[in-house]
Structure formats: C-alpha cells, structure tokens
Design a protein around this ligand. Structure first.
Ligand code: AMP
Length: 273
C-alpha cells in the first residue's frame, strides 16, 4: 500500500496505472461505516484510493476542527488490511493556497437542514470534493447515505459540472443497538450514548408508522419529536430524494432525517423509505 501526500506524485502514479479507479474520500478516524464504503469499492474497482483529509473549509468558526479525532496510524492499518492501494494523506497546504477559488452550494438544496444551521459548510464540502475528484480522477466515488444531504449535493455537482465520475451511495452502518456509526460518537459519555439512541429509535418509529400505512408526514414528525425529547433537535424533516418537503410519504422516494444535539455533540441520522 502506498501512502502519498503530494498531489502531483499521486496524479502521476494514477495516470501511469491506467486502471479502473475507486475513490473513498474520508476525514479519517475510520470506523466500520468507512470500511463498508472501502469494501464496496474494493469489489468494484481495480485501483482503490482512500483520502484522509480533515477539510478545514467545511468547518465553521467555533466548530470542532481542532478537536476532530485524528488517528493516522490506526487508519493506515485499517486501509492496509482492507486492501487499499493508495492512501492519500495531504496537508492543508497541499490542497489549499492563500487566495482560493471556491464553489458555492446551490441556494435551494444547499441551505436547508445542515446548510441552514451551518451556512458555508457545503461550500467547503463541494470545493474539497471537486478538488479531490480532479486530483484522483476516479471512475467511481463512494459516499455514505448517512450524510444524505452531502450525497445529494455531490451528485448534483457531478451532474451540473459535467464531471466524469459515477457516484455510488452506500447504506448506513449501525451499531447492533441502532446507533449510526460516526467519528463523533467517541465524544459521547455513557449516559449520552444511551440518549443518542433516541435518534435511531425515532427513525425506526417513522418506518413502523409507514408500515402501518400512516403516510401523513406531520403526524409522523410529531411522534418522532416526542421520542426525541428532551434532546435539542436541530431538525426532523421528511423529504423526497430531490430534497423537497413531503406532506405525504412517497414509498421508494422518501428520506426521513434527524439532527440532534446530544450533550455537545451534533449527530445526524436518516432512513430511506
Ligand atoms: P467522514 O469521514 O465523516 O467525512 O465520512 C466519510 C464517508 O463515510 C462519507 O461518505 C460518509 O457518508 C461515510 N460514512 C460515515 N459514517 C457512515 C456510516 N455509519 N455508514 C456508512 N457510511 C458512513
């Protein structure tokens, strides 16, 4: 397994190889969620690149950039065991200069949910993913459904900028009790971890209500908010795959999304119905 930090070195290497490239962008602190993306990519591609880069431009002032977990050595081991060919591990100065061109998230889909509470976050995400795509030039790039809005906006960027990459969406990996895996879960105390289960429970309840043919999204959201109490809820939204608000569930075209603060940790989760 190669570990490369330099952009030109990586570009030269990948061009020379002339293989079908799979790409998994991450911010490190790898867990089984990331591993699921890596394993899916490993099966589908000849040359597998994983990037580990805590992208500063997607963190807003006062957010947890400085305390974002960093575990490069453990991450490298995980990648090696999973059969990754190249770990791209750039420094900030490899990716960003002083006076930067950047992308703006679209007005409608970019400024709801996460985009509403974290204005500028998706500008940073799109900018770095676009840069990474230009560096790696992958055939396939793998993203988790867990970050549904990110996945949606990246797919939109690929379409609107006519990028030549196939976006593959991978299902959310959960702990056996339902908690969605996240690099931020390590911040949770024992008590908070228990509280955090209300998030997946509220989503399972939404799914159960739909199975019982309750399609009114307002009714579902009301029950979900009761389950989530007393957590500070950022949003509960029920949207179609185009990220438009639904009054009634459309089976096969619905995403139920929750963001809640558990202690001081913001957690996201969703299910696709
Ligand atoms: P991050 O390192 O948090 O930027 O995540 C890197 C990629 O892993 C993104 O595409 C995430 O959506 C994906 N990911 C994070 N957590 C999970 C999970 N629990 N299940 C599946 N994919 C995930």
């Amino acid at each position: 397994m190669k570990i490369i930090s330099n952009v030109n070195e990586l570009k030269t290497y990948l061009k020379k190889e002339k293989k079908i490239i799979g790409f998994v962008p991450t911010m490190g602190a790898l867990h089984d969620g990331h591993l699921s993306l890596i394993k899916t990519a490993r099966k589908e591609c000849e040359l597998l690149v994983v990037s580990i880069f805590v992208n500063p431009t997607q963190f807003l002032a006062g957010e947890d950039l400085d305390k974002y977990p960093s575990r490069d050595d453990a991450d490298k081991k995980i990648c090696k065991l999973a059969g990754v060919d190249v770990v791209f591990l750039p420094q900030r100065s490899d990716i960003y200069g002083d006076d930067e061109v950047s992308l703006n998230a679209p007005n409608v889909r970019g400024f709801v949910l996460e985009g509403a509470t974290r204005p500028g976050h998706f500008d940073g995400v799109l900018t770095v993913v676009n840069k990474l795509f230009n560096i790696v030039n992958p055939d396939n790039a793998y993203f988790g459904k867990k970050d549904a809005q990110q996945l949606n906006l990246i797919s939109l960027m690929v379409k609107q900028l006519f990028l030549d990459v196939n976006i593959v969406a991978v299902d959310t990996v959960r702990e056996s009790d339902g908690l969605a895996l996240s690099s931020r879960n390590i911040y949770l105390s024992k008590e908070e971890r228990k509280e955090a289960l209300k998030i997946s429970r509220s989503l399972y309840m939404a799914s159960k209500m739909v199975q019982k043919k309750v399609y009114d999204t307002h009714e579902i959201k009301k029950v979900m908010s009761e389950i989530l109490e007393p957590l500070e809820v950022g949003y509960i939204e029920i949207l179609n795959r185009e990220f438009e608000v639904l009054d009634n569930i459309e089976i096969g075209n619905t995403i139920v999304l929750v963001e809640a603060l558990v202690g001081t940790t913001r957690l996201l989760d969703n299910i696709w119905l």
